[in-house]
Design a protein around this ligand. Structure first.
Ligand code: B12
Ligand code: SF4
Ligand code: SF4
Length: 383
């Protein structure tokens, strides 16, 4: 084992750089975790996220790294006041309330990597995008437990906790890979410190499972991404399957349904302190999604999570939210969406116009050049 002062130094540095919580564990991924992950993939629970299949081998074996510093930062922001003007309908998941959190965390992670390198260690940091089972490692490092929602839930910070990891490669004098010794004081806060991961604190609660609008949460504490609103509104390309459109309700981007009902989140309250949410991301005006060119949209939202679904995806989501609003005041915007250059947006507009009962608009859309738009418009006329 390499001396424990290295673990302490890097741990303290992470907290100084603004992370709320940090913990150490080994990079070893037990065979059962790999089997579970593989079976989740085999059942197609990852929907269209093919990269999760491609990452299987790397996620299962993190050699030559030996230890991991797992970091957590709260995104339990308090909501800012709503800006005036525009069509500000729909909710955005909290992680997306600030300019891209990956970009905010990367320079802080780079400082930890540099500090590790100065101590003679190999180091590589990831936040979200890496081939890493971040939540498994988070539980191993005692940051929290695997909630029934599939979220890592922290006793101190609730479910609104973003994760990042710094992989460390340590070598002994003979040049062989070694673990870093972690001082026992890190584990003292947990009375069950002899366990190999954080104890489960869900008890008999099932609030998240009951709150999920699309029944995406499975018994084994994983989710079926095909049904998850977060997947559908952020990652899914093309029309959102019709059975989920009403259940999406007012979620414009992402979904916090299973996070906000968690009693551990409620207990913690609004504790995120590092960045201020941007009101234009918390309550976005939907109009630019239909009026900006894709290029201008990319420029305007380059540093936000809106850039992931791109203009087409955000306009598509906005149509569903407007359709679900039940408010005919939004018909004008939906009629604009019905003329969008992207057929996926026109198709979503057709669905929403059907929900709001605009028969004249639907008749026009029945003549649309794209068969799926005509089909949805026709269905809307029948309902
Ligand atoms: C793909 C992905 C998604 C997909 C699939 C989600 C899922 N549940 O698998 C979609 C797009 C749906 C999604 C949604 C969201 N995501 Co996401 N997502 C990821 C990503 C990139 C990979 C997750 C993954 O591999 N999923 C496959 C499943 C099978 O793997 P798993 O969750 O790790 O669990 C496996 C093993 O780890 C094992 N396991 C063993 N021990 C333990 C212990 C714990 C604590 C857990 C949870 C699992 C576990 O069990 C599973 C079977 O093999 C991670 C970042 C990363 N690199 O890990 C972020 C990540 C999981 N997402 C995150 C967030 C915040 C969200 C959303 C809340 C965003 C939102 N508000 O819309 C939702 C929440 C949905 C939910 N209830 O899980 C955070 C979660 C933080 C936390 N406290 O748990 C992460 C870690 C990103 C980050 N760096 O902060 N996400
Ligand atoms: S993020 Fe929303 S849709 Fe996905 S599992 Fe949680 S509550 Fe269900
Ligand atoms: S809502 Fe209840 S069951 Fe779900 S993760 Fe939180 S404590 Fe566990």
């Amino acid at each position: 084992m390499l001396p424990s002062n290295i673990a302490t130094e890097l741990h303290n540095l992470a907290l100084e750089r603004g992370f709320d919580v940090a913990g150490w564990c080994s990079t070893h991924i037990p065979a059962q975790v790999v089997v579970d992950y593989q079976s989740w993939l085999e059942r197609g629970r990852h929907a269209g996220m093919d990269y999760l299949e491609r990452q299987l081998a790397r996620r299962s074996n993190l050699a030559p790294y030996t230890s991991v510093l797992v970091l957590g930062i709260s995104h339990a922001f308090a909501a800012p006041p709503k800006p005036a003007g525009g069509t500000r309908v729909g909710r955005v998941a909290r992680y997306a309330w600030t300019p891209d959190y990956h970009a905010q965390l990367e320079p802080r992670l780079a400082q930890i990597v540099q500090a590790a390198q100065k101590l003679g260690l190999g180091a590589k940091a990831y936040v979200d995008h890496g081939p890493i089972l971040e939540r498994f490692l988070g539980a191993r490092a005692f940051l929290g437990w695997r909630g029934k929602s599939g979220m890592l839930v922290s006793q101190k910070f609730g479910a609104f906790l973003s994760l990042a990891v710094v992989l460390i490669q340590a070598k002994n004098d003979q040049g062989l890979n070694e673990q870093i010794e972690v001082p026992s004081s890190y584990l003292e806060s947990s009375p069950e410190s002899s366990r190999d991961s954080h104890p489960d604190r869900c008890g008999r609660c099932t609030a998240c499972v009951r709150a999920c609008p699309t029944s995406a949460i499975l018994e084994d504490r994983t989710i079926d991404a095909n049904k998850c609103i977060s997947y559908l509104t952020i990652e899914h390309r093309g029309p959102i399957p019709k059975p989920y459109r009403r259940a999406i309700g007012d979620w414009l981007l992402g979904c916090d349904g299973c996070l906000e009902v968690c009693p551990w989140s409620a207990k913690v309250g609004e504790v995120a302190k590092l960045w201020e949410p941007d009101p234009e991301l918390v309550y976005p005006n939907l109009e630019p999604f239909f009026t900006l060119s894709s290029r201008r949209f990319e420029k305007r939202y380059a540093h936000s999570a809106f850039s992931r679904p791109r203009r087409k995806g955000m306009a598509r989501n906005a149509c569903l939210v407007l359709g679900n609003s039940g408010d005919v005041a939004h018909l004008e915007l939906l009629n604009l969406a019905a003329q969008d250059e992207a057929w996926e947006v026109r198709e979503a507009a057709a669905w929403a116009l059907g929900e709001l009962g605009d028969v004249v608009a639907l008749e026009r859309l029945c003549l649309d050049a794209h068969p799926q738009v005509c089909e949805t418009a026709l269905e809307g006329m029948k309902d």
